[in-house]
Design a protein around this ligand. Sequence first.
Ligand code: ADP
Ligand code: ADP
Ligand code: ZN
Length: 211
Amino acid sequence: MNYILFGPPGAGKGTQAKKIVEKYNVVHLSTGDMFREAKKSDEKISALMAAGKLIPDETVVEMVQKRLKKDDVKNGFLLDGFPRTLNQAKALDEMLKKENIKLDAVFFISIPHEEAIKRIAGRRVCGCGASYHIHFLKSKIEGKCDLCGSDLIQRVDDKEETVMERLTVYDNQTKPLIDYYKTAGLIVNIDGAQDEKNVFEQIAATIKNKK
Ligand code: ADP
Ligand code: ADP
Ligand code: ZN
């Protein structure tokens, strides 16, 4: 099974991805996570991310292309945060066609912008990949990761000014993909404003039907 998790920043893609990966045998491919790893060594990437801008398509596509060639994706993958532009979506289609891989569905997790802003403002993350919310998903000990005990931090691009920019980028460059995937018959609408568990149940029900 090969799926895409699609939606604005803060919709809950990363949160749902963790649950999906736990239940089904698929690899989580988050381009955001990959770039957060890469930015430690690349100043250009780091500056674009901090400003809430997109990394150029060629860079993103090349990275995903390499990743999709690895053996572990053969059992299935869950793309999170990719594609984000029409060019990326077309490049993905090409890649999949070459490898004879079929997409099963694109989960479009939608939430109103006001909700996205609240979620992102309260998001706290750990270096180990765990993600929390100061109100909606508290860690057991404030400011510490439940899984590894490390200090939780706020992503630099989760500061308020940058969040507005990211939402604008989403509206202008990413949202048009909804029509692209609707035309392809792949869009599954998920109401992301529900609580985490209900969002997951909706996703799991679709996966069950597609199997
Ligand atoms: P969120 O989960 O809040 O939507 P991500 O972690 O997916 O954010 O992405 C963080 C940042 O990484 C983006 O703002 C952008 O700078 C960069 N990035 C991630 N994926 C892509 C992509 N597919 N194309 C261009 N830039 C990307
Ligand atoms: P994305 O990867 O789409 O940017 P995240 O999964 O990181 O979004 O979620 C953004 C923030 O909102 C996190 O702090 C997360 O704990 C919280 N969150 C995720 N899903 C929900 C939900 N259904 N209800 C309330 N808060 C949520
Ligand atoms: Zn941790």
